[in-house]
Design a protein around this ligand. Sequence first.
Ligand code: NAI
Ligand code: MG
Length: 494
Amino acid sequence: MTPSTGGGGAARTARHYIGGRFTDSHDGATFTVTNPSNRQPAGIAARGRDKDVAAAVAAATTAFEAGDWARAPASQRRSALFRVADAIEKRAADLAAIQALEMGEPIGEAAEAMVARSAWNFRFFAEEQELAANQSYNLDDRLITYTLTHPAGVFGLITPWNGPVMLSTWKIAPCIAYGNSAVHKPSELAPLSIAMLAEILDGAGVPPGVYNAVHGFGPEAGAALVEHPGIAGVSFTGSPRAAQDISRRTAGTSKRVSLELGGKSATIIFDDAPLDEAVREAAAAIFSNTGQSCVAGSRILVQQSIYHEFLARFEACAERWRVGDPFDPDTVIGPVVSEAQYERVKAYIELAGTEGTILFGGVAPRDDGLFIDPTAIIDIDPGARVCQEEIFGPVAVILPFADAADALAIANDSSYGLAGYIWTGSQSTAHSVALQLEAGMIWINSGFARDLRQPFGGVKGSGEGREGANHSRAFFSETRFVSFPVGRFDEAGL
Ligand code: NAI
Ligand code: MG
């Protein structure tokens, strides 16, 4: 394999990045990366297995124990992470292009936002780790206690393909900001963009071994990483199926595990909502990133009195979500990521056609790429599989409801609980629904918008743990407490 330097263009080769060096697999194994727009090879990646993972964990452990990063002044880590953020911005066009090539995200506005958020992840945690406070308490003037936080060691980071750079940096940045070392197993469907990210971290002077990437498949490289005794924990984003396997493999160990597993989130639109905005954002919530988003608003609940008006407006709005070549700046929906994902989404749409009515969209056979038109399904029972299972494609189910209690009953009838979007002109409706909606993140009269200080994650089957500010800090740190009496211990009455 030739080195994976992009040279200003798109890197087409993803080698492992271990101990500050780009390397092939120990056995030279590789796999082909496919361009979903034309089903043609887009590049090649090293296929890591247990020996490659072991080499990466060893490099990460050496870096951690040497302490040049873990015990470096926080200001030093901040400077390095700011250089990473600057470099991400400098290579924004390359990063957008490589993602368009390997996973089909259109270049353009959404890609620019993705790069901006990736850079922001590094800047945010660079500052957070420097400014974060420990806690101190005074117990009745008798006892003073305080906490101390330390880096916890080497973490396994396992990430998906639906926003490879953004979702990876959301884990890499806090992991290394708090002084840990990382072994990253990126998605086998989008390794090229992560190879570019590794070059960026390398070039920005993050010391060797602090960040490592091992490419390969979930059951091979992923499982080997999860099982490695040298890691302190696993931060995972992906499918419930993989999460169950990770939980099994870590059961009975002291490894900490954070799981972000997607959802079947509801957009709830009341008849007093600002309808133009609600329609536009309901469409964005399900069609952005071709519906391949953990926070997708895949169930649209509409109050009965405006249901038919909503359907007409939603259909008109969906026409603006143009499917096409991700390299065309006017394209807003690219292909779905893979043949498997295409077959999966297609099967759900076929099922929906028998269980309900397809209002618009569907899968028109074409021989180029894995394109699926924006699709809406109506006349369907809220308990139907397409209303319950995460489809992860541009497919919305639209369900009418009578009143707030009815909307909540439908919305909460889900094994998931990641996000929720509420549209109403009434403050009291908004907040009382927010209070009762079983979801980890709720947006009122708003599309998806982040505040990195707030917890990111879900309730019920949507996962375990939260990411963001002090939540990521708690996960990626060891916390201890120290206590001492104000006077003599034997006189303190404790
Ligand atoms: P996946 O869960 O198989 O892949 C995500 C990551 O986990 C990849 O890096 C993969 O290599 C790794 N992985 C898979 N099995 C593993 C194992 N046993 N041990 C360790 N690592 C493992 O997801 P997939 O198959 O690409 O997508 C299937 C469905 O999962 C999607 O249709 C969607 O419903 C859901 N999903 C949710 C995501 C989210 O953002 N929460 C992201 C990706 C998928
Ligand atoms: Mg691909």
